[in-house]
Design a binder for this molecule. Structure first.
Ligand SMILES: Nc1nc2c(ncn2[C@@H]2O[C@H](COP(=O)(O)OP(=O)(O)OP(=O)(O)O)[C@@H](O)[C@H]2O)c(=O)[nH]1
Ligand SMILES: [Mg+2]
Length: 236
């Protein structure tokens, strides 16, 4: 499998069908894995029907666990088991547009192990999100880069391509994040493994439809997780 796109989903029924159409059209060698936590709105059902008719669509339905972090981890493990060469993880709400997959792949073909779709490099940004959300993005990144000594500009972007060989070396049993802070934790594992990390610009758009899971409690938990990461050892 050359390119696998993993999509953690929770209540994305309004977006998932159209997103799958667009993703399958990006490249004939591209496959998609949806990791759904038994969404009450039936996202998994739409994907299940699609997977029955289309061999490039796969569903991992999790009924005993919920969380953006553990869903991401399970998607990556699936990708490693199935031997994917490149693994793109992205949000399923059209904030991460499929049009950026080709430039992500291009950067990986030039040698990068981890390619970040970045709002904070020249040409990148956020559109349709008012003044506050872009400001939160910038402040969160300033904090994370300072605490964790990271040189990456957009440490909170969840739109990324990982080389499968890099994912295979991450010790998933030691990955602790249950929530969105997994995005920072995988970055720290990648750094510990000596990965070549590059950023390519993306325009992050407001979600197309459905409800956001973002709230103050999640943000506070993520900010605290950063302090815990500072105190942890990421040696492999
Ligand atoms: N499997 C799974 N996916 C989740 C969970 N929480 C969020 N997601 C998915 O993770 C992605 C990002 O979540 P969003 O709710 O868009 O969070 P966000 O992007 O920080 O917030 P907005 O910018 O306001 O949309 C989306 O594809 C969600 O469906 C969860 O508990 N389990
Ligand atoms: Mg979103």
């Amino acid at each position: 499998m050359r390119v696998l796109v993993t999509l953690p989903t929770y209540n994305e029924a309004e977006n998932i069908g159209r997103l799958l159409d667009q993703l399958l059209a990006v490249h004939p060698g591209l496959e998609v894995l949806v990791v759904d936590d038994d969404s009450p709105d039936g996202t998994w059902k739409i994907v299940e029907e699609r997977a029955a008719a289309e061999s490039r669509v796969h569903l991992l339905r999790r009924t005993h666990e919920r969380g953006r972090g553990t869903a991401g981890r399970d998607g990556f493990r699936w990708a490693v088991e199935h031997g994917a060469e490149f693994v793109v993880e992205m949000d399923a709400d059209f904030s991460h547009h499929p049009r950026y997959i080709p430039p992500l792949i291009e950067a990986a073909e030039q040698g990068a192990d981890l390619v970040i779709g970045s709002r904070l490099v020249s040409g990148g940004g956020e559109v349709g999100r008012g003044l506050l959300r872009p400001l939160i993005t910038k402040a969160a990144n300033l904090y994370i880069r300072t605490v964790l000594w990271l040189r990456v500009r957009d440490c909170t972007s969840g739109y990324r391509l990982y080389r499968g060989a890099l994912l295979a070396r991450i010790p998933w049993d030691r990955v602790e994040s249950r929530g969105p802070e997994i995005v920072q934790e995988t970055l720290l594992w990648a750094r510990a493994l000596g990965a070549q990390i590059v950023e390519v610009p993306i325009l992050f758009e407001e979600r197309a439809a459905g409800q956001s899971t973002f709230n103050i409690r999640i943000m506070r938990r993520s900010l605290l997780a950063i302090l815990r990461f500072r105190l942890r050892r990421f040696r492999v």
